[in-house]
Design a protein around this ligand. Structure first.
Ligand code: ADP
Ligand code: MG
Length: 388
C-alpha cells in the first residue's frame, strides 16, 4: 500500500455546526503536505478523520487507494503525533518507542533494535534508558516522532507538533522534520496555524478557512499568486487597496483607486475581471520602493506610485519596516525597505514626512473583492475570511 491520501467531498458536522464542508483533495505518496489556517478552522478535525479518530458525516477518506470507512485507528497505515505529544512520562524512552510494537506482539529483541535505529534517525542515540520527564522539550519532540515511526506508518499525521517549543528550537526542528521526512519517504500531513512552518517545510500547502479550502499550491505559488483575498492576507504580509478596473490588457490591469489615483496591477487566472469590476490590489511590503516625489507614469517601476505619510519606522537589522498612511485614503501601508536604501534616505524617514513609493505591477495581485478578511486587532493577523 502506498502513502497517498484521498478525500472526496468530506463533511464533518458537530450537531448543526459544520466543521469541515465538502472537502476534496489528493495528497501524493511521500509528499510533505501541510494544512494551514487560523485556530478553529477545522485542521484537527480533518486530521482526526484521516487517522480514524472521527468518522466523517459524509464523504470518503482513502489511503493508498483503499477506502477507510470502518477501518479502526490501529488498522490504518497512519500514526499521529498529537499537539501535546502524549508521551508516557513515567516510562523510559525505549518503553515509549517500543509501546506500539509491544501491543502488536513484536518480540523484545526486534523491538529494541527498531527503537535504537529510530533514536539514531532522530539524533537521540544513547538516551533510551532515560525517563521522558528527564528530557528537554526538543528531545521529547524527537521521541514522539520516533514512537510514531516505530509502527511503520505510510502516513504520519502531525498536529501542530512544534507549538510548545520556543522559537529557536521550533526553527531548528523544522529542518529536522523535513530531513526525517526525506529519509523515510513517508507521507507527512502537517497541520499548523504558522505560515512560516508551512512554507519552509512543505511540498504543497492547503490554506483553510472556516472548514473550506481556499487554495492548494506549492509555497512559492501561494505567496506569489494567492487565489483569494484570504490567502493574500494570511500568507505573508500584504497591503490591500480597493479599486475598480478601468481596462485590461492580458494580465495587466489599469485601476481607478479613487483618491489614490490610477494604479496598475496584475490579475492572476481571474478571467472575469473586466472593466468596472470591484477589486482589491495586493502589494507586499517588500515590493514597495522609494521613488522621487512627483514621479508618475511608466518610470522604471512600471507606472504606479503611492504617496504616504510616515507614522513610525522600526529597524529590524536586515531591513527597515515603515508604518505609513496613504495620502488620500488614510489607510495603513506597510513598507519593507532593504539594504538598497541609503543611510541618508533612512535617516530622513521621520514621522509626519511624506514618501513616494513605486512598485512593479507584475509583482502584485488583483483579486475580486470578497470582503476584507477579518484581522485580529491585537496581533494584526488574519483570523477568518469575512464571507466565503
Ligand atoms: N467534538 C466537537 N464537538 C463540537 N465542536 C467541535 C468538536 N471538535 C471541534 N469542534 C469545533 O470545530 C471547529 C474546528 O475545530 P478544530 O478542528 O479543532 O480546529 P483547529 O484544529 O483548526 O484549531 C471549532 O469551531 C471547534 O470548536
Ligand atoms: Mg487544532
Amino acid at each position: 500500500m502506498d502513502g497517498s491520501v484521498r478525500l472526496e467531498e468530506v463533511v464533518m458536522r458537530f450537531g448543526d455546526f459544520t466543521a469541515i464542508d465538502k472537502m476534496s483533495l489528493e495528497i501524493g505518496s511521500g509528499e510533505f503536505f501541510s494544512f494551514l489556517g487560523p485556530s478553529g478552522c477545522g485542521k484537527t478535525t480533518l486530521l482526526n478523520m484521516i487517522g480514524g479518530f472521527l468518522t466523517p458525516s459524509e464523504g470518503r477518506v482513502s489511503i493508498g487507494g483503499e477506502p477507510m470507512a470502518g477501518v479502526s485507528v490501529n488498522r490504518r497505515p497512519t500514526a499521529m503525533i498529537f499537539q501535546n505529544l502524549a508521551l508516557f512520562p513515567l516510562m523510559t524512552v525505549f518503553e515509549n518507542i517500543e509501546f506500539g510494537l509491544e501491543v502488536r506482539g513484536v518480540d523484545r529483541r526486534t523491538r529494541r533494535a527498531t527503537a535504537e535505529r529510530l533514536l539514531a534517525l532522530v539524533a537521540l542515540e544513547g538516551v533510551g534508558q532515560r525517563r521522558v520527564t528527564e528530557l528537554s522539550g526538543g528531545q521529547k519532540q524527537r521521541v514522539a516522532i520516533a514512537r510514531a515511526l516505530a509502527v511503520e506508518p505510510r502516513v504520519l499525521l502531525l498536529d501542530e507538533p512544534l507549538s510548545a517549543l520556543d522559537l529557536k528550537l521550533r526553527q531548528h526542528m523544522r529542518s529536522e522534520l523535513k530531513a526525517i521526512q526525506r529519509k523515510t519517504g513517508i507521507t507527512f500531513i502537517y497541520i499548523t496555524h504558522d505560515q512560516g512552518e508551512a512554507l519552509t517545510m512543505s511540498d504543497r500547502v492547503a490554506v483553510m478557512s472556516a472548514g473550506r479550502l481556499q487554495q492548494v499550491a506549492d509555497p512559492m505559488t501561494l505567496y506569489r499568486q494567492p487565489a483569494t483575498g484570504f490567502v493574500a492576507a494570511f500568507v505573508g504580509e500584504n497591503n490591500r487597496i480597493e479599486a475598480r478596473v478601468i481596462d485590461r490588457l492580458g494580465e495587466r490591469v489599469r485601476l481607478d483607486a479613487g483618491a489614490l489615483g490610477e494604479l496598475e496591477g496584475r490579475v492572476g487566472d481571474e478571467a472575469s475581471l473586466g472593466g468596472g469590476a470591484e477589486v482589491a490590489l495586493y502589494v507586499r511590503p517588500e515590493q514597495l520602493r522609494p521613488v522621487a516625489a512627483g514621479t508618475s507614469g511608466d518610470a522604471s517601476m512600471g507606472g504606479s506610485t503611492l504617496v504616504a505619510e510616515v507614522e513610525s519606522v522600526s529597524f529590524e537589522g536586515a531591513w527597515l519596516m515603515v508604518q505609513a498612511r496613504l495620502a488620500g485614503s488614510g489607510e495603513a501601508l506597510r513598507v519593507q525597505l532593504g539594504s538598497e536604501v541609503s543611510r541618508s534616505f533612512a535617516d530622513a524617514l521621520v514621522p509626519g514626512e511624506a514618501i513616494t513609493l513605486g512598485y512593479d505591477p507584475a509583482e502584485t495581485v488583483v483579486l475580486p473583492r470578497d470582503g476584507s478578511p477579518r484581522v485580529d486587532e491585537a496581533t494584526g493577523e488574519v483570523v477568518e475570511a469575512a464571507d466565503v
